[in-house]
Design a binder for this molecule. Structure first.
Ligand code: CA
Ligand code: CA
Length: 216
């Protein structure tokens, strides 16, 4: 026996399906790009969003970039005549959105994209995607143990003094508080390996790092 409550739920379900029937139409996000892939705090960041519409009965209206703490939120808005269009040219229509983000402090961020469609019956979310990215550090003074602006044999002597003669500890920089200038290879400690690499550098070996001294 069907109860009043069951009838009410059935009616709600039918209404929901009818509402959904007026909102058919779908588009997809195919990719989010971050350039440069590993930005530093001095880099402007270009964000690209690629997507497509499954036929010719869509019109890309606009997009908006907002920010909530460490998340950059991009909303895209597209008009479609579905499901009343009738016949639509059966072609894949790509679209692209590009934004530039000003340089950011070191940290972990996310780009979140939401794709919204609307017709004369309402608005609905067609797709969403997200992409995390990390802004690393620039440590311009790494290796410059005595702070005179250049890296040379004097810094090697400074580091030897610290390691073997109770000399002063090489300082850290405000830009890179988690790394010491004497920690040449960014492994979190100053040891003989740093000294050897610093000596090698004075004979044109590779520069300090690579590392992300501000990160975990
Ligand atoms: Ca120096
Ligand atoms: Ca080290």
């Amino acid at each position: 026996m069907t109860t009043c409550r069951q009838l009410a739920w059935s009616g709600a379900l039918v209404s929901l399906l009818l509402l959904w029937g007026t909102m058919t139409g779908h588009a997809e996000i195919t990719g989010i790009g971050i350039v440069p892939q590993y930005p530093n705090p001095v880099d402007s960041i270009r964000v690209t969003v690629d997507g497509y519409f499954p036929d010719a009965c869509y019109h890309f209206d606009s997009s908006y970039l907002g920010r909530m703490q460490d998340t950059f939120l991009i909303n895209t808005w597209t008009t479609t005549c579905h499901p009343q269009c009738g016949a639509c040219a059966n072609v894949i229509v790509p679209y692209k959105v590009v934004y530039s983000i000003a340089p950011l402090p070191a940290g972990t961020y996310t780009v979140l994209v939401r794709e919204w469609l609307h017709n004369n019956a309402g608005v609905w979310k067609s797709d969403s995607a997200h992409m995390p990215f990390v802004v690393g550090c620039v440590c311009p003074h790494q290796g410059d143990c005595n702070g005179d602006g250049v890296i040379n044999a004097v810094d090697v002597i400074f580091l030897i003094g610290y390691a073997f003669s109770n000399g002063p500890v090489p300082p850290s920089d405000p830009e890179c508080p988690l790394i010491n200038r004497g920690d040449w290879d960014c492994n979190g400690q100053i040891d003989l390996s740093d000294l050897i690499k610093m000596v090698s550098y004075t004979y044109r070996s590779p520069a300090p790092g690579p590392c992300n001294p501000c990160g975990p």
